[in-house]
Ligand binder design. Sequence first.
Ligand code: KG4
Ligand code: ZN
Length: 348
Amino acid sequence: MVSFAALIDADTVKPVTILAIESSCDETAASVCVNGRIHSNVIASQAVHEQYGGVVPELASRAHMQNIVPVVDQALKQGFGDRTTGLEHIDAIAFTQAPGLIGSLLVGAQFAKSLAIALNKPLIAVHHMQAHVLANLIPDNRPSFPFLCLTVSGGHTQIVLAKSPLELEVIGETIDDAAGEAFDKTAKLLGLPYPGGPLIDRYAKDGDPLRFKFAEPRIPELNFSFSGLKTSVLYFLQKQTPEFILENRNDLCASVQHTIVQILLKKIRKAVQETGIRQVCMAGGVSANSGLRNGLEALGTKHGWTTFIPAFEYCTDNAAMIAITGYYKYQAEQFCPLETGPSARAEW
Ligand code: KG4
Ligand code: ZN
């Protein structure tokens, strides 16, 4: 196994202070990272979407416009103390370039570019999904390379093979809905507000995970499918009364969560068997799920894997993960020109 330290020779590590900005969906976030250590991680969430049952792109862009200056300001203050603006310490600016909502990405990208011009500092474009994986490199207890990462968010579900910080390969992914969508869409069917994932998690704690059975897909290789689960839950609920759904909410949430967790864990187990890699990480908003966290830890203990799960604040969208990715890109001198535009979709 290649150790983390060996990846960047101590003699060649460049000291660097990075300001990172994340605005791909509905969180406006900024972070300061000094020599690979996170000094601040500020996130402004947008409650405005709750009433619409999902993120409204136009409202998200407007909220980013309102939030970005105070969020960056707070990140600089927390990073450097109140007596300075902090900007004079910044050596490079990293931003989320893709994927995400284009109007949301544009706000962060334009802000980052403007700062790069004003400060005459290099710009680093970061892929949001790669950053989720590299969130596992933030704490002191890091995986060494290679490792596997189950990345589960509102828009993506992937198994990633990480050979080094900048060599990440997707070896499995969903063919339809993401795991986060499965949580949010089934939560909506149960009458819960957006985002439903954390609420399902909360109600599931008091429910019986084996009470109701929902269809598990048979998808080849390391790929996933979640659209069938949504349909299975829909058909089941259509046959029930509203009173039944309310009275059995905890068991329904626990059973839905159990099904999603089983689908995810079976594939990560298959990935370990096929690759022989026994260091397993998690990333993305759904990795905040307590059933999934407990399930991965239990599997790790049973099969002798080493498991890594980022702290909650680094699981859901945040700029610390953009900053740590920016740190490795800075070391590799992977800067981007000022003309670099954001992209809603992006291959790795
Ligand atoms: O990574 P993320 O913050 O944003 C995207 O890049 O998509 O992930 C958001 C997703 C949402 O679908 C949300 O419901 C889900 O993560 N989520 C959870 C939990 N916390 C957030 N799903 C299940 N259990 C949770 N505790
Ligand atoms: Zn995300």
